[in-house]
Design a protein around this ligand. Sequence first.
Ligand code: ASP
Length: 354
Amino acid sequence: MKENSVSRRKFLLTSAALAASVPLLTKAQALDKMARPAKGNFPVKAISSANGEKATKRAYEMLLAGKDTLDAVIAGVNIQEDDPKDISVGLGGLPNENGVVELDSAVMHGPSHKAGAVAAIQKIRNPSKVAKLVMTQTDHVLLVGEGAFRFARAHGFQEENLLTEKARKIWLYWKQSLSNKDDWVPPPDSELDPDVAKFFGRPAGTIHCSGMNANGDISCVTTTSGLSFKIPGRVGDSPIIGAGLYVDNEIGSCGSTGRGEANLQNLCSFAAVELMRSGMSPKDAGIEILKRVKAHTENRLLDEKGRPEFGLRFYLLSKDGSHTGVSMWGPAKFAVTDKNGTRLEDCATLFEKD
Ligand code: ASP
């Protein structure tokens, strides 16, 4: 009993100290700070990573038609998940080091503040749809691996081989040219498939999409095949709520693409939305988060000028109707569809390539 009261006292003191140091505003204070359109007059829009022009267009059309904000953004990213030419997501995504495609995705629905996610799921091309079912048809938020696959099968998702010939060839060349201390030998350059020749590094990519309807409701989705040639079982930032995406329906949303590990170490999407809550614009919040990532980056990942050598981008949508993309490195673009049409806009950047 005594122990309990000591712990409780400690807890209260710690909470008070935390409250003093973290500028968390109440909902009313946050809303006071933010100029918001009236319900029914919010600017309908969808924003996405640069591979999402088609996604934002489809999401926007569905938002205008009065569909649920989450259904709209999921339908948007399904275009890329279904596209075998996009090697960063869904069908045709680059595989893990064993040549097996493993996908990550998360969804978050602003009006209900509910979320769902799947990680390292195999053989199902639309992990974003499965993530939504985790949200609506389970009492959980995240299912992984075999369990996520069985859950998808139970809901009637088709099992298929997601490794396209293009992705297999890129993976095979990566494996053949990894080391001269093993028995795999790459083909001579003259015989190299042109599709493969373009991919000498470790290509990465993801699609994030956020959408807002005329009532100011916001939802978002992130879906990816993750880091190419990853260690099997590696989970990136995309399916982690608060990292790969986050939305507070009263404040705004944030989603990410790029080096997942850097995002996971800083829980960037949650942090960015909290900065917007404290009154920062989407751009200032996004740049502040990139600076925080830089400050926390270990030396082995910094260049000679102390700049992170990896890419990381955030896409932010504010309840006040404004939006932005921010990128560790520029030049970089992101996709938007609103009443002015579909286009790529420039990201604000922390560093420009020399
Ligand atoms: N964020 C993804 C991950 O780390 C990869 C990417 O967007 O490039 O899995």
